[in-house]
Write a protein that binds this ligand. Structure first.
Ligand code: 13P
Ligand code: SF4
Length: 351
């Protein structure tokens, strides 16, 4: 893992956050983008962790804001010629694999994910080869090549259901790359799972001790956590789920105070959906805090209106996936979407 940490650090050093905009600059950018999207039959698909301006623009323009499963589904089903994916690279790749005939653009191609970096196909392929008796289940936060080597792709909203299904079929699982999500599923289901060793640099920083102390300050608060958080944090959570599942829980729970252990970008939607509630970010600081990324994914933050306009004007930052890899990766990705549809896992209603 030491080598991975070094690689992640190199990527982080390149992650330059966008500049602040005046309201006139923002309006000008937005109207240029809207006009171009209309002229080019383009749709914007944004993740909840991206800048609120991008999320609002996606909504306003007939695009979509959601968790990674919903983003993949929307991209696959919509009839645009161009999809602009505001998020991180694996989301753009999933969109391209599922819709090979669409042009898929991203505001930046530099936006990656620590889980993707820590699971290169050169090491993952041989690891799978060593365990031919196991069904290979990979998290969506992986490269197209890793997906192509898998039997199933899952996102956090559907991972537990898929592993339960495989258990019912008597299968043993090889899981990659997020060890915390893998461990959470293993503890929940009792499935026989061999775990790859990688973590999200954002969620790994949440601290259980600080969370316990915070709960004493807010005794009536509900704790909502993304399953990429460490086990000690998940143990303290009332609800563990994907970004959409967290939003649903925040809206539906009676609690007024809500402590949230995930990227702060989600607060934009949380505040829109439940404006009267008090949202508090779970603590990341502590004696061993090392974060440059405290509850703030540096790669998600690279998406900006300026970069989006440029990519749309020039049709630059296009996602390309080699045909053979895409063909292979489409099988487990489609399997995920079909499983969700068949089991009516409407992620919106499942928190
Ligand atoms: P969701 O699938 O919950 O949107 O999560 C994606 C992600 O990258 C979380 O860090
Ligand atoms: Fe990857 Fe973590 Fe960023 Fe999600 S928050 S994209 S898992 S680094």
């Amino acid at each position: 893992m030491a080598a991975d940490t070094e690689v992640v650090r190199r990527f982080l050093d390149r992650a330059v956050p966008p500049e602040n905009l005046s309201s006139a600059q923002r309006q000008k950018l937005e109207s240029e983008i809207l006009a171009l999207m209309e002229a080019k039959n383009a749709r914007l698909v944004a993740h909840y962790y991206t800048d609120g301006l991008l999320q609002d623009l996606a909504e306003k323009s007939g695009g979509f804001v959601g968790d990674s499963l919903e983003m993949a589904r929307f991209g696959h089903e919509c009839d645009a010629d161009i999809l602009i994916v505001a998020g991180v690279r694996f989301m753009g790749e999933s969109a391209k694999i599922l819709s090979p005939d669409k042009t898929v653009l991203m505001p930046t191609l530099e936006a990656t994910c620590s889980l993707d970096i820590a699971c290169p196909i050169e090491r993952f392929g041989p690891f799978c080869d060593q365990h031919p008796d196991r069904t290979v289940v990979v998290y969506a936060n992986t490269s197209a090549a890793v997906k192509a080597r898998s039997d199933w792709v899952v996102t956090s909203s559907i991972a537990l259901d898929v592993v339960e299904h495989l258990m019912d079929e008597g299968k043993k699982v090889l899981w990659a790359p997020d060890k915390h999500l893998g461990d959470f599923i293993r503890r929940k289901t009792g499935a026989d799972m061999l775990l790859w060793d990688a973590a999200c640099i954002v969620h790994e920083e949440f601290k259980a001790r600080g969370l316990e102390q915070m709960r004493q300050v807010y005794p009536d608060a509900a704790v909502l956590a993304h399953p990429e958080s460490p086990a000690a944090v998940l143990e303290l959570a009332d609800v563990v789920g994907s970004t959409t599942q967290i939003i649903n829980a925040a809206v539906n729970l009676p609690n007024n105070d809500i402590i949230v252990a995930t990227d702060q970008g989600i607060f934009h939607r949380l505040q829109q959906q439940a404006p009267d509630k008090n949202f508090i970010i779970a603590p990341t600081a502590g004696n061993d805090a090392t974060c440059r990324s405290c509850a703030n994914c540096p790669w998600m933050a690279m998406n900006s209106l300026q970069a989006l306009l440029q990519s749309l004007q020039q049709e630059s930052n296009e996602i390309e996936v080699a045909a053979q890899v895409a063909e292979q990766a489409m099988i487990p990705l489609r399997r995920m979407l079909e499983f969700a549809a068949k089991n009516q896992l409407s992620v919106r209603g499942k928190a």
